[in-house]
Design a protein around this ligand. Structure first.
Ligand code: ADP
Length: 490
């Protein structure tokens, strides 16, 4: 038996998961779960990075207690874009900011005055979004940040935590590629972009590929967790890259969907797509495992459903996801549509009311009961996936016949079926824990326990349950799609 410890940090909570495998099948066990609350302070929104590190140590300690000598490696994945700055002695210069820190405000205008967005896209394959590392570094520069002036190195969050575990500094590629400062064709820093933006080139150190063994845990870490010598792997350190690695796609005609609080849909390709059309569709080129490009689009996701649940709980009408799916199923089809990506829906707060108001403003039937609200949200989400799906077909010149979906959102069987129906293709749902699966198979490859990603995906296929949804009612969904586009103005 071999055990691989996956540290998976999200922007709200973190987990340490043990992947237990005899190399033929894989099972997962959550051994520690903890909150990751960001904190707003005068001067910014910050991550409690040391608190996170302490929780990681606690998770590793529990892992060692249970699995001891069977542990083969440790790997970290986290949300993207956020970073720490370090001085020449490897000391962290201040607490890392959260990507939603308002310091990004006004920065797109400043950045695009130096380099137009289309030019940045041509170089980095990434559109400008409020969270990109590029904008946050521009803000530090504008503010005359002493940390930036003193910085010798930039490490992204998983790089920083891996450095604290292993003592080895390295910037891992999948995560670096989200920064809007990397050339996706070479996988290296786009130094001409960095220079044009007036950022200090010296902080952008060597980038390593996913699956690089950094070294064994430091002896101080070994003392804390009760075991020495465990290798730390820089795996697919961006959680979406890990999720894509963990979704067992086969063939050229498959798309992937990472379905959680947010939905990210994309294709796995060898070359970036940086055409004007791709830019206009606001698709991004992030990097994946084994030299792949994740050509993707962020779409609003289960956030809408999650926020409805939260509101009804606040109103004293608590309801489970299972009950919500049943109500949606029983409600009338296609009574109204919303644009799930309307910024109105992005902020927290009374989601059922926002959905009602959107329908009213657009002159449609206003959904009153829970089931109809949920049905409007779910069908609209599935139809928005279709808009993105059609863009992918156009931009890549390919015909996709399957969508492989992974993540917690695939437990919503109503949405999964609606997705198959809206896209008119088969949806294969699984695994729920795609991110941890990907984290673990990249560790297994790095440590010589698997030959490659194809073998890793085969292992995942053998180990988990998958649900297959076939497209139904093509004509009805085509009519709904035409109506949806006219309502959202597409
Ligand atoms: P995150 O992206 O935050 O990691 P997850 O992958 O855990 O999110 O997915 C969370 C979403 O999955 C929730 O918003 C919810 O809509 C959906 N979900 C979770 N459990 C269930 C369930 N039992 N039935 C239906 N949907 C579920």
């Amino acid at each position: 038996m071999s055990v691989f410890l996956a540290i998976d940090l999200g922007a709200g909570s973190g987990r340490v998961i043990a992947g237990v495998t005899d190399l033929n099948t894989l099972s997962l066990e959550e051994i520690h779960r903890f909150d990751n609350p960001g904190t707003d302070l005068p001067g910014g929104s910050y991550w409690n990075i040391l608190g996170l590190f302490r929780d990681i140590l606690e998770g590793l300690r529990r892992g060692v207690e249970k699995y001891g000598k069977d542990i083969r490696a440790i790997g970290i994945d986290t949300w993207a874009v956020d970073f720490g700055l370090l001085d020449e002695h490897g000391r962290l210069l201040g607490m890392p900011h959260q990507y939603r820190d308002p310091r990004h405000e006004g920065m797109p205008e400043l950045m695009h005055a130096l380099l137009p967005e289309s030019e940045i896209y041509a170089r980095t394959g990434i559109t400008t979004n409020f969270y990109n590392t590029s904008l946050h570094l521009m803000a530090e520069k504008k503010l005359g940040s002493p940390a930036l002036a003193a910085a010798d190195r930039l490490l992204f969050i998983p790089d920083l935590l891996a450095y604290w575990l292993s003592g080895v500094m390295a910037v891992e590629r999948t995560n670096a590629s989200t920064s809007q400062l990397v050339d996706p064709a070479t996988g290296e820093w786009s130094l001409e972009t960095i220079e044009a933006l007036g950022l200090p080139a010296k902080i952008f150190d060597k980038i390593v590929p996913p699956g690089t063994i950094l070294g064994p845990i430091r002896k101080e870490v070994a003392r804390e967790i009760g075991m020495e010598g465990i290798p730390v792997v820089a795996g697919a350190t961006h959680d979406t890259a890990a999720a894509v690695a963990g979704i067992p796609m086969e063939g050229e005609d498959a798309l992937w969907l990472s379905s959680g609080t947010w939905s990210i849909m994309g294709l796995e390709t060898r070359e970036p797509i940086r055409t004007q059309e791709a830019f206009a569709a606001r698709c991004c080129n992030e990097l994946g495992v084994e030299g792949t490009v994740r050509f993707l689009k962020n779409i609003a996701g289960l956030w809408l459903i999650q926020e409805c649940k939260r509101q009804w709980t606040l109103d004293g009408e608590a309801i489970s996801y299972g009950e919500m799916a049943k109500l949606a199923e029983a409600a009338p089809a296609f009574s109204a549509f919303i644009d799930p990506d309307d910024p109105i829906f992005a902020a927290p707060g009374d989601m059922p009311e926002k959905i009602r108001a959107w329908c009213e403003r657009s002159g449609q039937a206003v959904p009153i009961d829970k089931g109809t609200i949920l049905r409007v949200a779910s069908e609209s989400l599935a139809l928005k996936y279709r808009v993105v799906f059609e863009n992918f077909c156009k931009l890549s010149g390919k015909r996709f016949t399957r969508l492989h979906a992974g993540g917690g959102g695939i437990q919503n069987a109503f949405l999964a079926q609606a997705t198959a129906d809206a896209l008119g293709i088969e949806v294969i749902a699984g695994p729920i824990e795609a991110t941890s699966c990907g984290n673990i198979v990249v560790q297994m490859i790095a440590t010589g326990n698997l030959p490659d990603l194809a073998a890793g995906r085969a292992l995942i296929r053998r180990s988990f349950d998958f649900q297959v949804y076939q497209a139904r009612n093509g004509d009805q969904w085509q009519q709904a799609y035409d109506r949806f586009k006219s309502v959202i103005g597409g």
